[in-house]
Design a protein around this ligand. Structure first.
Ligand code: ATP
Ligand code: MG
Length: 657
């Protein structure tokens, strides 16, 4: 292998002596590259690949790193034990399950199974029947999991996240205890158990700790700033036999605080090891200087943390640009236009990414990309047509278009109290085959759900004339569905916003059918079937959280306005706002050269009557204005500038009234 591709500080870290080592440095300074070379170097020094443990944030990241190691030292690098903390835990627990009183043949449940088990326990303990409405199984699991990961009590989690259940802490705890017993008795673990049990094993069972840590001669961890307390504890205990632990990270990129990650892990790391080596990397190899000037200014606007400077090895480039757009439509148009312009200028779409704070920010853009036949892959968060509540609303629209759509009936009937799956299927089939389906829906007299069914049938009747007016139809359906959401989802409030995109999408369509086929976006795999050129032509859409560690020639960042990014949930919370600033830093530092930030000035939301789009003025984010000297305004980039400026003025004066 060659160490020529490294600078001096990187090389020193790669060849450093055994012991604890912290590499702490800004984005794009080659931390991940240093880890890759360190692993290759260790193998060259004669360390058996099987005695190296490389822990990363995603399986994808681990695989990529090991590919790079293999390219340097050959295929034996495959024996390195690389992966996520969860995957590593699974392997270790298989061997030591006995020690913890578990069966070695335990299985791991996915999220859905875990929810179902919680649901069963909830019913057994009698919380599902009471008069007072109790939390759904998914919510109960969320609360239990959050408590484990953030080290908060159930009561604290409830007060923070689900105040409506604040009085039920005892019930959640009882369910939690029974759920834990049940899991152990049945030999099934959920995801959280993997970390909790491995930490317990390493902490409380010296024999197991000695064995596991003596097999792990070198432990290396990437993205250490986003580990939670359990993960940090696991890393330290795992290396206890040798103390060979190299962790790399950037405290300014800590963006998983909401999930219990603690930036203290990296800040306090040196305190654990008196003899620790610390490497700081100064030069950024990823981005041009103007991109980094913006990143530096973002860091300056954060109150916490070190204010370090990023220096570009690559030198100058174009200024990042800020694009003022009217609303999400205008934003989608502007971004599509820019993507195509860059492609024409020689930047393939595969080297471009659209990043956003919340998965729903890209919904409208996704439908535009489908129209333009630009293939994309989305990482982090659901795609538009996949979210449960979007599917719900679409099911209603489908019933307006086709009252015989049995699957849509089945979905809708699922919301009715006192109606099980079998009955729903029966009713759905009956209605779908009836002469007048809507009339038929009203026939189920005497049943608990009769009134609700009648109400729905009447609604469908009243919407029927709207079948040629997609916007009015979708608005009416969404307005009706909104009222029902709180009884369908415990986190209805969080989901409400997503619905705003539906009428906006409808605006582009002449008929309900064409609207429905656009939102039922084909999965990318199908789009790929006749695309032998592979990934070359595929654009990346990603939440900022899922863009960690990655880079693109051009980055388009969406929705920079209060309530978009920064997220509405963070606006009145100082520490959450700090995390938003770190997120902006992560987003900005993904760009190698071209960086476009769009800033919509209006979002269209439900009007005061609950029907039809209203408007609300977004506040462009404050610190972005402070950063403007690092940005170039680009009024031309907005869609139809002349027309839009006029509209802009009118909307503004309307809202100021
Ligand atoms: P992040 O904080 O985003 O995870 P990082 O510090 O892990 O970034 P890398 O991804 O390792 O940074 O490197 C950023 C880019 O710079 C990569 O394209 C990498 O190949 C390149 N790079 C790193 N070090 C060097 C070097 N010494 N010479 C040339 N290119 C380098
Ligand atoms: Mg990295």
């Amino acid at each position: 292998m060659s160490l020529d591709e490294l600078n001096e500080a990187q090389r020193a870290a790669v060849q450093s002596r055994d012991g604890a080592h912290l590499v702490v440095a800004g984005a794009g300074t080659g931390k991940t590259r240093t880890l890759v070379h360190r692993v290759a170097w260790l193998i060259e020094q004669g360390v058996a690949p099987g005695q190296i443990v490389l822990l990363t944030f995603t399986r994808r990241a681990a695989e990529e790193m090991l590919d790079r190691v293999a390219a340097q030292v050959g295929p034996e690098a495959r024996a390195v034990r690389g992966g996520t903390f969860h995957a590593f835990a699974l392997g270790a627990l298989r061997r030591f399950a006995d020690t913890l009183g578990w069966t070695p043949s335990f299985t791991v449940m996915d999220r859905e199974d875990a929810e179902d088990m919680v649901g069963l326990v909830r019913s057994e303990l009698g919380y599902a029947e009471g008069k007072q409405k109790f939390a759904r199984k998914g919510t109960v699991l969320d609360v239990l999991s959050r408590s484990v990961n953030t080290h908060k009590t159930i009561q604290e989690v409830l007060s923070d996240q689900y105040p409506q259940y604040g009085a039920f802490a005892d019930a959640f705890e009882a369910i939690g205890r029974r759920y834990a017993e049940r899991k152990q008795a049945h030999g099934v673990m959920d995801y959280d158990d993997l970390l909790v049990l491995l930490a317990t094993l390493l902490r409380d069972h010296p024999e197991a700790r000695r064995k596991l840590s003596s097999e792990a001669h070198h432990v290396l961890v990437d993205e250490f700033q986003d580990t939670n307390r359990l993960q940090a504890e696991i890393a330290v205990l795992l290396s206890s036999a040798h103390g060979n632990l190299m962790v790399v990270g950037d405290e300014a990129q800590s963006i998983y605080g909401f999930r219990g990650a603690s930036v203290r892990n990296i800040l306090d790391f040196p305190k654990l090891f008196p003899d620790i080596q610390i490497t700081k990397l100064e030069e950024n190899y990823r981005s041009t200087q103007p991109v980094l000037d913006l990143a530096n200014a973002v860091l300056d606007s954060a109150r916490e943390g070190f204010h370090k400077r990023l220096r570009a090895v690559r030198g100058e480039g174009p200024l990042p640009r800020i694009v003022d757009v009217i609303d999400e439509h205008d934003q989608a148009d502007a971004v599509v236009k820019r993507i195509l312009a860059l492609r024409a200028a020689g930047v393939p779409v595969s080297k471009q990414a659209v990043l956003f704070r919340s998965a729903y920010h890209s919904f409208l853009l996704e439908t535009r990309l489908v129209e333009e036949e630009i293939a994309f892959k989305k990482f982090g968060g659901m795609r538009f047509g996949e979210a449960a509540h979007i599917k719900d609303a679409l099911a209603l629209v489908r019933l307006v278009a086709n009252p015989r759509d049995a699957m849509a009936w089945f979905r809708v009937l699922g919301w009715f109290e006192g109606l099980g799956e079998k009955t729903a299927q029966k009713i759905g089939d009956a209605i779908a085959n009836a002469d007048d389906p809507v009339l038929d829906a009203a026939q189920f007299k005497g049943r608990k759900y009769h009134a609700a069914l009648l109400d729905l049938a009447n609604q469908l009747d009243s919407w029927a004339p709207l079948v040629m007016e997609p916007v009015s139809c979708v608005e009416a359906v969404v307005a009706w569905y909104r009222e029902r959401m709180p009884s369908i989802y415990d986190d209805a409030k969080r989901r409400l916003k997503d619905l705003d995109a539906l009428p906006l999408v409808a605006e582009r369509h002449q008929s309900i059918e064409s609207f429905l086929s656009t939102v039922a976006i084909d999965p990318i795999e199908d789009a790929n079937a006749d695309r032998p050129e592979g990934d070359d032509e595929i654009l990346t859409l990603s939440t900022i959280h899922s863009s960690k560690g990655l880079e693109w020639e051009a980055v388009h960042l969406l929705q920079l306005a209060d309530g978009g990014f920064p997220s509405a949930w963070s606006l009145d919370d100082d520490s959450a706002m700090e995390e938003e600033i770190r997120l902006l830093y992560v987003a900005v530092t993904r760009a190698r050269r071209e960086l476009w930030l769009t800033r919509p000035h209006f979002v269209r939301t439900r009007g005061p009557t609950g029907v039809g789009p209203g408007c609300s003025l977004l506040e462009p984010i404050e610190h972005l204005d402070d950063l403007v000297e690092f940005l170039r305004h680009d009024p031309e980039a907005g869609a139809d500038s002349a027309a839009s400026e006029d509209l802009f003025r009118r909307l503004r004066s309307f809202l100021d009234m």
